[in-house]
Design a protein around this ligand. Structure first.
Ligand code: 2RA
Length: 329
């Protein structure tokens, strides 16, 4: 299969290459694609050297699948051009997520909605993916009424420039700023830009994408998204109110049987999910599972995942795997 990775030189692009190799995705021919300023750059994949090519060159070569991580405006412009050439695009930007004509897919939840006519498929926002993977089976069993989520997000979600900012600050060096403020030894309660209602775009993504992926507009979500000086993954404190009451044993059983979820919850031995341990892993880790004692039918959870893996690259590659396995490309 001819596969293009668009945005190959970025943090998520690099992770996509790792995931494609690890999962032995059937790549016969690989096109590494990036913006004009990276064209000609050499990169290696599975011991072979590749030269980064332009979008137009890649479109002319008609790959079967293009996995995009090149930002919203590039995707808005270029994904339809790839699609017109017959390529199926799996897009990691926010460009198509809320477009009612496009599917927003987390394979464990709604890959079965995909058909061969879906030429642009949206990969959800990282902080949304890990939350819905953890909550999907609980929703089926207990029906979610309302979610209150606060996030603790890794700088890798912003990209290389933010990782450099954090490391420069830590090492006392000057450098370019990815954020308006110092991030080392700090916490920034803003991810992405503010919208008119006082929420950030990241918060609105969690609210709107959750309903679309779970296929249930009745789920109420409120979110506060926060950047912290961490690299290994995003963490989330999630408070969920259900329609139906539950026992904690039932919740553990459901979570243990939820695909893609690993329960790490042994407080007697101080075992709980942390970004340090989630780093480089594909699963969503759930712990600190306990009743909200202030209100009936309500649960507290702590959810951690590597935002570059399940939150981006792994989810996109899993979508591509589903397309191949089901002969939709
Ligand atoms: C972040 N949600 O962590 C973003 C990346 N997609 O900033």
């Amino acid at each position: 299969m001819k596969v293009a990775v668009v945005g190959a030189t970025g943090l998520v692009g690099g992770e996509m290459l790792k995931v494609l190799a690890e999962r032995q995705f059937p790549v016969d021919e690989l096109l590494l694609v990036a913006s004009e300023r990276s064209v000609g750059q050499k990169m290696s994949f599975e011991g072979k050297e590749y030269t980064v090519i332009s979008m137009d060159d890649a479109i002319a070569q008609k790959p079967a699948i293009a996995i995009f991580s090149a930002g919203g405006s590039v995707s808005k412009e270029m994904a339809p051009k790839f699609a017109e050439a017959g390529t199926t695009v799996v897009d990691n930007s926010s460009a198509w997520r809320m477009d009612p004509t496009k599917k927003l897919v987390v394979p464990e939840i709604n890959a079965s909605e995909l058909t061969a006519t879906d030429k642009i498929i949206a990969n959800p926002n990282c902080s949304t993916i890990q939350m819905v993977v953890a909550l999907n089976h609980l929703h089926k069993a207990l029906k979610i009424k309302r979610i209150v989520v606060s996030t603790y997000q890794s700088v890798t979600g912003t990209g290389k420039k933010a990782v450099d900012q954090l490391m420069n600050e830590r090492n006392g060096k000057d450098g370019e700023m990815a954020y308006a403020y110092q991030i080392d030894l700090n916490v920034i309660p803003q991810i992405d830009v503010f919208t008119e209602n006082g929420y950030t775009k990241e918060e609105m993504k969690m609210i709107l994408e959750t309903k679309k992926i779970m296929g249930d507009d009745s789920i109420q979500v409120t979110a506060t998204t926060v950047r912290i000086p961490v690299i290994g993954g995003h963490s989330e404190s999630v408070n969920v109110e259900f329609e139906r009451d539950f026992t904690l044993e039932e919740v553990y059983r459901i979570l243990q049987e939820t695909p893609g979820v690993v329960v790490v919850d042994d407080v007697a031995n101080q075992q709980y999910p942390m970004p340090l341990n989630a780093h480089g892993k594909d699963e969503v880790f759930v712990g600190r599972i306990r009743r909200d004692e202030s209100q009936p039918k309500t649960l507290n959870l702590w959810i951690v995942a590597d935002n570059l893996r399940k939150g981006a690259a792994t989810n996109a590659v899993q979508i591509a795997e589903y397309l191949v396995e089901n002969k939709l490309v």
